[in-house]
Ligand binder design. Structure first.
Ligand SMILES: [Zn+2]
Ligand SMILES: [Zn+2]
Length: 321
């Protein structure tokens, strides 16, 4: 007999999960952003699930839920102000930042705190709902960067996070330009709201200098930070959405000073998880255009191989049975 879920946790069946850049770092290096795994664990923190056993929570079996993977403490000063991403004792599945580690969502069934589950309409495709967590991260960077309607915004890098930043900035009414090394990734960005795209290397980026109110760095390439400082207008803002890994690349801090650029970090999200679910519920985003492939849980290795190939445009999804 399987043990029942612990108090306050519901038992879930995976509907759809998606692979994050963070998962790829653990896959390749057993580490991410300087955090090393203590032991092997199941990865995955982006998912949509179906309630199997509510375990006393106000949820019905069969209910489809978006999962907010941030298990904040709910008691500290930061939690009181809603800044759950700053909670010092928050826990996060599939991550070396949480010790002991909590297994993630790339499996058929798992338990998770009921308070982290957000019910959604049954007819909302789970393949779209799994975007809630990464979209929330992107919306947080959009908010941290102060993106407003009518602003000129540059998103550097059209990986999944850059694409979702494009979705968020476009939803905010900004005029979005994107850069990437690959044309198909730029085409995907245009499908979800970018106005203009530049293939780095082909088009040249001189024309991008000093133009943008906000630059959202989503490529993760350390040198892209210097390009972002160049592309921002005087007194503009550079918001770092990507998790730039520890690196010895020199940073052009003189540009930061001379142009009075506000350079701002962004990690996870606060109220943006709810905003992301609402945006998915609006059914206004073409998530199919930013879905690279679909795999079953038993094909997770192939899903990672596709991500690892660098050929995927958009999110790679892992679907439950
Ligand atoms: Zn993620
Ligand atoms: Zn807390």
């Amino acid at each position: 007999m399987e043990a029942p879920p612990e108090a306050g946790w519901a038992r879930l069946k995976l509907a759809t999960a998606s692979i994050c850049g963070t998962d790829m770092h653990y896959y390749r290096h057993f580490a991410n952003a300087g955090f090393y795994l203590d032991h092997p664990l199941t990865m995955g923190h982006e998912a949509c699930a179906v309630v199997d056993d509510p375990n006393g929570a106000d949820l019905a079996p069969g209910q489809v839920v978006a999962i907010n993977p941030v298990i904040n403490c709910g008691r500290c000063e930061r939690c009181a102000t809603g800044d759950i991403n700053m909670c010092a004792t928050k826990r996060f599945p599939g991550s070396a930042t949480t010790k002991p580690h909590i297994n993630g969502f790339f499996r058929e069934r798992f338990d998770f705190p009921a308070r982290c589950l957000r019910p959604v309409a049954d007819d909302l495709p789970p393949d779209h709902v799994t975007f809630a967590e990464p979209l929330a991260c992107a919306l947080h960077a959009v908010n941290r960067g102060g993106v407003e309607a009518g602003m000129a915004v540059l998103v550097t890098g059209c990986g999944p996070m850059g694409l979702l930043a494009t979705v968020g900035a476009h939803a905010r009414g900004a005029d979005v330009t994107v850069t990437d090394l690959k044309r198909p990734a730029i085409d995907a960005a245009i499908a979800v709201g970018a106005t203009t795209g530049h293939v780095l290397g082909d088009d040249g980026i001189d024309q991008l200098s000093d133009r943008f109110d906000v630059v959202i760095e989503a490529s993760g390439a350390p040198q892209a930070y210097n390009q972002a400082l160049d592309a921002a207008r005087k007194q503009g803002t550079v918001a770092i959405l990507s998790l730039i890994q520890p690196s010895p690349v020199p940073i052009d801090l003189h540009r930061n000073a001379l142009k009075e650029i506000t350079s701002i970090g962004s990690i996870l999200y606060t109220h943006e998880f709810e905003d992301a679910v609402a945006l998915i519920e609006s059914r206004s985003v073409d998530f199919e255009a930013i879905t690279a492939g679909r795999f079953s849980v038993s094909e997770t290795a192939a899903a990672f191989a596709l991500m690892d190939s660098g050929d995927a445009v958009g999110k790679v999804l892992i679907e439950g049975a």
